[in-house]
Design a protein around this ligand. Structure first.
Ligand SMILES: *[C@@H]1O[C@H](CO)[C@@H](O)[C@H](O)[C@H]1NC(C)=O
Ligand SMILES: *[C@@H]1O[C@H](CO)[C@@H](O)[C@H](O)[C@H]1NC(C)=O
Length: 638
């Protein structure tokens, strides 16, 4: 027993160290360290090693937080610049920038802005720009001036763009030259609000849009005095990051200085070091790209290979060309990589580590099989959420493990969820019911001082929707992650699905992303977007998949049928297939479903070829008007 207890403690401590990295306060660290010190006396060499790394890290963080004047992410960047000015920081297309050069570029932008009549120190500035070095230079410039930055998604337009801009009360908009037309669309409203609109180009012929690159070129590259940002505290907003739900306009999550300071640790605690080359191809306007990728590399002092956008066909060539050692992913990226045509040189690269979230077990195995021995560090965290996990043992499919200390410090649990009514199941007393081991449940995490929830800017309604009251006790308050998880008998935690991505059929929950992952492993399918459609006279929703085919392949109903039947339980098999030429996705490759769900499976309304799963024919056969009407009238039961 004592060995078991020791083992549990070891495990807890290692994980507690790493998990808490995602969010914690000084007080807790001190007590954890002293607690570890006692435990470490009796530990084996292996544990001591991990422990020592942890200790160094904690000590570093402690020192950072205690420093006066206050120490922020920007200060870490300045430290790195001073320590190795000539190291390459950013490589983009055929350009390359050292730390010193990046620092100077951002000084120029800061000086130009600071002398601009339309900007006052500390004003919130919205940045509307694709992935390019200027995005990063501008963010650093604004950090030097003590301005929070709203990271606008450069794919949004008109009403949505205005909405996002207005959420954060920005006074200035800085836009990339190629987005001029999108800015012009909303210009009258911006002018009416007295917003200063700056375009990163040498000239502008549109009244109300001022060119800014020329001013930047002329500006001095002298450093900005620290006094310009003396008003910043750990609680000041650093960036606004927009998160989109399945419905409605995007919400601006407030990410404060404290939070991005904690994010410094994400890469370093996973063993990324300054000699590493980090491949950043996710959008910079999202948490993954900006916070984990960019902020993470500031701490490690590594080189960033910045890409305008993700490309499965260029991915490995880029990795070879730049000697990339660390890649970052979201689940969709891994799926795209595994679905790309196989090549002889798939294992020929220097990538040793992949950090990200949302990879599924089947894809994980396939990825290792195909691209060789790459360490995968799967973690779970959301832009605005107050709980995080890290799978540091490489358990395939898991996002982390339940640990006593972690759960004590950040109380979280899984509660039963009714996917039909889209709300947690409540008992007779109005309280939630905790899921049992092995059962899926909604992850909720108690809102405390240690685990705060900053909410969404200017959106009390959406903020309130993420708060869950009366969970385990009357009057308690939890953050609703909107994610369904499962905990197995060994306490590993598995991500199941986003709440909106699950539908119910024949009393079973169907996780759409899981089904689409399975479909895309099938030889002929390139992409699959899975959703549930309503059928008159039936409870719940039945599965449907909008798919695209691989190049020069025919739709093979029999092959898909065999694959689906061998991989999926009957309730999860897509009954209908809709063939499309492309699958619509958002900036982070989340698939668009709402319109597809609305259109249903009526061959009279849909131009695309439709198929239905036919168990007698053991194939997917064309869905004719006759079959459709038989289903609608109820003469064919599904
Ligand atoms: C990069 O290439 C483009 C054209 O391909 C060229 O116009 C530009 O000058 C090059 N930049 C550098 C820094 O070499
Ligand atoms: C990548 O590594 C190889 C061999 O280690 C070296 O010859 C090459 O110059 C490196 N390429 C870059 C872009 O650093």
């Amino acid at each position: 027993t004592s060995a078991a207890v020791t083992h549990l403690l070891q495990d807890s401590m290692c994980c507690a160290f790493r998990c808490i990295i995602l969010r914690t306060l000084v007080v807790i660290r001190v007590c954890l360290i002293s607690c570890c010190l006692t435990i470490s006396m009796k530990q084996s060499g292996k544990f001591c090693l991990t422990f020592d790394k942890g200790k160094v890290f904690w000590a570093r963080e402690l020192i950072m937080r205690r420093r006066r004047p206050l120490f922020f992410v920007l200060d870490r960047f300045l430290e790195q610049t001073e320590a190795h000015p000539d190291n390459t920081f950013i490589v983009f297309e055929n350009e390359s920038y050292t730390y010193a050069c990046t620092d100077k570029r951002s000084n120029k932008i800061a000086n130009a802005l600071q002398s601009h009549a339309g900007y006052k120190g500390g004003d919130t500035v919205a940045l509307f720009m694709g992935n390019e070095p200027t995005f990063l230079f501008t963010w650093l410039a604004l950090a030097k001036l003590g301005s929070p930055v709203a990271l606008l998604n450069h794919n949004i337009r008109t009403k949505s763009l205005l909405h996002c801009f207005n959420c954060c009360k920005a006074k200035v908009l800085i836009a990339a030259a190629e987005l001029k037309e999108a800015v012009e669309d909303v210009l009258p409203s911006l002018i009416e609000q007295g917003v200063t609109v700056l375009l990163m180009s040498k000239n502008s012929d549109t009244p109300g849009i001022q060119s800014f690159s020329d001013e930047v070129e002329k500006a001095s590259d002298d450093p900005i005095p620290r006094s310009f940002r003396s008003h910043i505290t750990f609680k000041s907003p650093a960036v606004y990051i927009y998160t989109s739900g399945t419905t409605g306009l995007p919400k601006a999550a407030v990410v404060n200085q404290n939070r991005i300071l904690t994010a410094l640790a994400v890469l370093s605690s996973n063993g990324v070091v300054s000699s590493d080359v980090f491949y950043l191809n996710l959008p910079l306007y999202h948490t993954a790209g900006f916070v984990v990728g960019f902020i993470g590399t500031i701490e490690t002092g590594s080189t960033i290979i910045l890409k305008r956008k993700f490309s499965a066909s260029q991915f490995w060539d880029d990795c070879r060309k730049h000697n990339v050692t660390v890649i970052q992913y979201i689940g969709e990226v891994m799926r795209y990589l595994c679905c790309a045509p196989k090549k002889d040189n798939d294992k020929d690269h220097k990538v040793r580590l992949a950090i990200g979230n949302g990879i599924r077990a089947e894809i994980w195995k396939e990825f290792l099989n195909r691209f060789g021995n790459i360490q995968i560090r799967e973690f779970y965290a959301s832009t605005e959420g107050n709980v995080g996990f890290l799978n540091y043992v490489g358990k395939i499919g898991a996002i982390g493990r339940v640990h006593f200390f972690h759960q004590k410090l950040f109380p979280y649990t899984l509660v039963k969820y009714d996917t039909e009514r889209d709300e947690p199941v409540r008992d007779a007393n109005g309280l939630c019911i905790e899921s049992r081991k092995g059962e899926p449940g909604l992850l909720v995490s108690k809102i405390t001082n240690l685990a705060p929830f900053s909410g969404y800017a200017q959106n009390e309604e959406q903020t309130e929707r993420k708060r869950l009251h009366n969970v385990l006790k009357k009057g308690d308050l939890y953050f609703n992650t909107g994610d369904l998880m499962r905990i197995d008998k060994d306490n590993f935690i598995y991500f199941q699905d986003r709440v909106g991505d699950t539908f119910r059929w024949k009393g079973e929950n169907v996780a759409t992303t899981e089904v689409s992952d399975i479909l895309t492993i099938c030889d002929c399918l390139k992409e699959a977007n899975v959703y549930g459609v309503q059928v008159p006279g039936h409870e719940g929703r039945i599965g449907m998949a909008a798919v695209t085919l691989k190049k020069e392949v025919q739709f093979d109903g029999r092959k898909i049928y065999n694959h689906v039947v061998s991989c999926l339980p009957s309730y999860a098999r897509p009954r209908f297939i809709r063939m499309q030429s492309t699958v619509e996705v958002t900036g982070t490759f989340k698939q668009m479903k709402v319109k597809l769900v609305e259109m249903g499976f009526d061959p009279g309304r849909i131009q695309d070829p439709l198929y239905i799963l036919d168990d007698n024919a053991k194939s997917y056969v064309p869905l004719t008007a006759q079959i459709y009407h038989a289903i609608i009238s109820g003469s064919t039961k599904l």
